[in-house]
Design a protein around this ligand. Structure first.
Ligand SMILES: [Zn+2]
Length: 372
């Protein structure tokens, strides 16, 4: 394992790109921000909004939202700053919600005075696809994560709404590409193309049940031709700035509710309990998870030192929160023993070695991490 010399992001992150000096693409993309004229980009956003702005009272854009701080930022930008009339669309999951998650979800529609569609995948289907994706791929929410992107696009097509606004371009922000563009239609099509329909059919999921991840026919898409954009192109995307703005509009974090093991903050991915299990499963496969992700971003933003980040990662990155695990296994019907039995096959033996029946990071990986 190699780690970025600036932000200690590991090269096991899927799609990560490093230069010859050992600097990751995410750090290089972040550096480019200094040369961006944000006023110009804000004008570009205004031009796009003006193109789709309607005066007949109908919705002029769809904003896919979870209820989190980034959702608050998106609605603030589009409704308060750009004066658009958005329809909010949420693809929910049936895991147990946190109190903050419930409040934030309601707060979005109320504070910004927006109509809001909640799309729930059938709970029975959710349980089956989540179990399949967990047991075979170690990615429990693979099906649902595709739906999170595709459902708002499908609703835009069906309701004839021509603009869809997503938050961050994660491929650019987290360094799997050096190309930046606001245009996100290709991103949506790539998610659609990456779905292996046969995989699900062979495991007993019927075509009818896959409606949420199958795009409409091209002729139907052509009637509306929704344009999909990333807000992170127009605005210097930052967790901490987004949080500050979201809080001004009533966003609640987990400060008074839940201290999560393996996390170094209390305001990211806080909507439901079990989602952390999905994030944690990166650890056995790639040797890092949530703390590393957050620490890398904080280092880039100049909010955390490399040395402090290393300490936090060593202390936290291996931990799976007990409450998240309990919710995950009780919802899907596993015992704790069964859960750990299933995860056995995901441990990457290039990174981990079983010592006294416990998977531990190999000495050479730990040494490389400390040297970085
Ligand atoms: Zn980096």
């Amino acid at each position: 394992m190699k780690y970025c010399k600036k932000c200690i992001m590991p090269d096991t992150r899927p799609g990560s790109v490093f230069d010859e000096q050992g600097i990751c693409q995410a750090c290089k993309n972040y550096e480019k921000r200094k040369f961006i004229n944000w006023e110009e980009r804000k004008n570009e956003l205004k031009i796009i909004c003006d193109k789709y702005r309607r005066d007949d009272g109908y919705y002029d854009c769809i904003i896919p939202v979870s209820g989190g701080k980034d959702s608050h930022l998106l609605v603030y930008m589009m409704k308060e700053k750009m004066g658009m009339n958005p329809l909010l669309v949420t693809v929910g999951d049936p895991f147990t919600k946190t109190k903050a998650g419930e409040k934030n979800f309601k707060n979005l529609g109320e504070t910004f005075n927006c109509d809001h569609i909640l799309f729930n995948i059938s709970t029975d289907l959710f349980r089956r696809v989540t179990k399949i994706a967990f047991e075979e791929l170690g990615e429990p929410l693979k099906f649902v994560e595709a739906a999170i992107y595709l459902v708002p696009f499908k609703i835009a097509v069906k309701l004839n709404i021509q603009l869809v606004v997503f938050g961050e371009n994660s491929a650019y922000e987290y360094g799997t590409t050096d190309k930046e563009n606001y245009y996100a239609n290709d991103y949506i099509y790539n998610i659609f193309k990456s779905i292996n329909i046969d995989f699900w059919l062979q495991r007993g999921i019927s075509k009818k049940e896959m409606n949420s991840i199958i795009l409409p026919a091209q002729e139907e898409i052509n009637k509306t031709r929704p344009e999909v954009i990333f807000m992170s192109y127009f605005y210097p995307w930052s967790s901490m700035t987004n949080l500050r703005i979201a809080k001004r509009y009533g966003f609640k974090d987990l400060t008074h509710e839940w201290k999560r093991e393996g996390c170094i903050e209390d305001f990211e991915q806080i909507d439901s309990l079990a989602y952390l299990v999905h994030l944690w499963l990166k650890y056995p496969k790639f040797g890092f998870q949530r703390t590393s992700d957050i620490a890398s971003r904080r280092i880039r933003e100049g909010l955390l030192s490399l040395e402090k980040a290393k300490g936090l990662i060593i202390q936290n990155d291996h931990k799976l929160d007990q409450k998240a695990l309990d919710d995950f296994i009780s919802f899907l019907g596993y015992t704790t023993k069964q859960f750990w039995g299933i995860t056995e096959k995901f441990w990457n033996t290039n990174i981990f070695k079983k010592i006294n029946d416990i998977w531990q990071m190999r000495r050479e990986c730990v040494d490389e991490f400390k040297r970085s």
